[in-house]
Write a protein that binds this ligand. Structure first.
Ligand SMILES: Cc1cc2nc3c(=O)[nH]c(=O)nc-3n(C[C@H](O)[C@H](O)[C@H](O)COP(=O)(O)OP(=O)(O)OC[C@H]3O[C@@H](n4cnc5c(N)ncnc54)[C@H](O)[C@@H]3O)c2cc1C
Length: 456
């Protein structure tokens, strides 16, 4: 007799959505978080989310409307700004429509949805380690706020502990799941939230992303207004060898170069964070075990947004787990279906953008300024690339016209190569194996694409 059908470790957006989905399907779920209940959801974030994510998860598991008191401001578009700060591309449309929001309230909302469906929450409780029975995951050891340890059993354990993936890291050598995430596949960031009583943001409905390879290599600076007189500002970089510290970037680059810093400011919050920025973990399941959200690397590698994909992952994991429990089989084979579903809906796009991330790492500020000035890149192209992972600018007739009209052939040739690699990896994700048996062969086809992308 086990204590619960499912234990979900981590009550962030990913874990809470997994728990919500399972409880809605009549399953007994224990949701555990080390934070006090009132603090769950309080996290370093850009606080921005596209509406399409909510709509997608509503289709899957009936997620309700986001309550209006969570939303700080409606967002209608995103501006991408070149290093010269003169040229910008405005991306607008249904896929950039969304919200800037209060992060704590958003987290509390997801938690409340799960609890309303009957999920049992244990807050202020640390998940310590996995428990095994006959070599297979069978529960977890926890430590409560008084320091007392306790063993709890379940048929499935879900690791939704965020970027640390603390249960994933403890899996035995024999697991097909990657346990360690390379440093170069992570982003480290710092962000501040200010009230700006003397400074008006003229277009609070537009989020601004500033590229600058000298200052924020592999990342960017963001200025996300949350209304006319409030802003979420931050800088993130890829954690490659010798990377700069985001706090130094804020102090030495962001503060001196943005006008609102010259006015009176009231700091509301200031903190750092880490996110994985790569393709999803190749298999997010093992016997009696699943990964969701940042623990599964379900984050957009280009902009670092991961709330939408964590709730998608949570919904898909919950649906698959409920079906497996119904059949009384929670083996890796029974849980496998979660992998291809996620890869089809979001993972293939993530992988394609991961390839694009390696390309971006190797281009200069001059290259980006040039691409913006000559309109090699158009807002519609970038929107297409960021939303679907499909790169349309390096292929077809349009590209031939660019070659003859624009010059800078080496840059254009590299754009063409990355476009082809992105298509190759998308195609590979369309062939994601339908069982664990095909995983190694499939992975062997991934590495050459990455090797080529890193050399671009
Ligand atoms: C600086 C920054 C800016 C970002 N901006 C955005 C943005 O604007 N929009 C967007 O969509 N995404 C953004 N993201 C990414 C987004 O925050 C994450 O992808 C998302 O929160 C992932 O949700 P999750 O549920 O997987 O993990 P989390 O939200 O991190 O939740 C994990 C939970 O697990 C708990 N936990 C961890 N370890 C234990 C343990 N041992 N025992 C018990 N509980 C534990 C934690 O307390 C936490 O509540 C940003 C990330 C960073 C770092």
């Amino acid at each position: 007799m086990v204590d619960y059908d499912v234990i979900v470790a981590g009550a962030g957006t990913g874990g809470a959505t997994t728990a919500y989905t399972l409880a809605k399907k009549g399953r007994s779920v224990l949701l555990i978080d080390r934070k006090e209940k009132e603090k769950i959801g309080d996290k370093t974030c850009g606080d921005a989310l596209g509406n399409h994510h909510i709509l997608e998860v509503r289709e899957l598991v009936g997620l309700p409307e986001v309550p209006s008191d969570i939303i700080e401001h409606e967002v209608t578009g995103i501006d991408l700004i070149a290093p010269d700060r003169e040229h910008r591309l405005r991306m607008t449309g249904p896929t950039t429509t969304g919200m800037s929001f209060n992060r704590l309230k958003m987290g509390q909302w997801f938690l409340g949805l799960a609890e309303k469906e009957g999920v049992e929450l244990r807050a202020a409780t640390r998940v310590k380690r996995l428990l095994y029975d006959d070599g297979k995951v069978a529960g977890i050891k926890i430590m409560d706020s008084s320091g007392n340890d306790k063993d709890i059993s379940s048929k499935i354990v879900v690791d939704a502990t965020g970027a640390t993936g603390m249960l994933r890291r403890q899996l035995p050598d024999t697991t097909p799941i990657e346990r360690v995430i390379n440093k170069e596949d992570q982003m480290v960031a710092w962000r501040d939230i200010y009230e700006t009583p003397e400074y008006d943001f003229e277009t609070p409905e537009i989020l601004e992303i500033f590229w600058n390879q000298d200052e924020t290599l592999g990342g960017y600076t963001w200025i996300f207004p949350q209304g006319k007189n409030r802003v979420n500002v931050g800088a993130g970089v890829m954690t490659i060898k010798g990377h700069r510290k985001p706090q130094d970037i804020m102090k030495n680059f962001v503060e001196p170069n943005w006008d609102f810093y010259k006015t009176e400011l009231k700091m509301l919050d200031s903190s750092g964070g880490v996110a994985p920025i790569r393709r999803p973990i190749d298999t997010m399941v093992d016997d009696n075990f699943m990964l969701v959200g940042d623990a599964a690397c379900q984050v957009n590698p280009i902009h670092g947004g991961g709330i939408g994909s964590s709730i998608l992952g949570g919904a898909l994991a919950g649906i698959t787990a409920a079906e497996a429990l119904e059949k009384n089989d929670t083996s890796i084979n029974a849980l496998w279906g979660y992998n291809p579903k996620y890869m089809e809906m979001y993972g293939g796009k993530q992988a394609s953008l991961d390839v694009f991330r390696w390309f971006l790492l190797n281009i200069t500020n001059d290259d980006i300024d040039y691409a913006f000035q000559k309109q090699i890149i158009k807002a519609s192209d970038l929107l297409d690339t960021s939303m679907t992972g499909k790169m349309t600018i390096g292929t077809g007739e349009k590209f031939k016209r660019l070659i003859s009209g624009v010059g800078n052939i080496p840059l254009l040739r590299r754009v063409q190569k990355v476009a082809h690699l992105m298509e190759d990896i998308r195609e590979l994700y369309r062939q994601y194996p339908n069982s664990i048996k095909g995983l190694t062969d499939w992975q062997n086809k991934l590495w050459p694409i990455y090797d080529a992308a890193k050399k671009l």
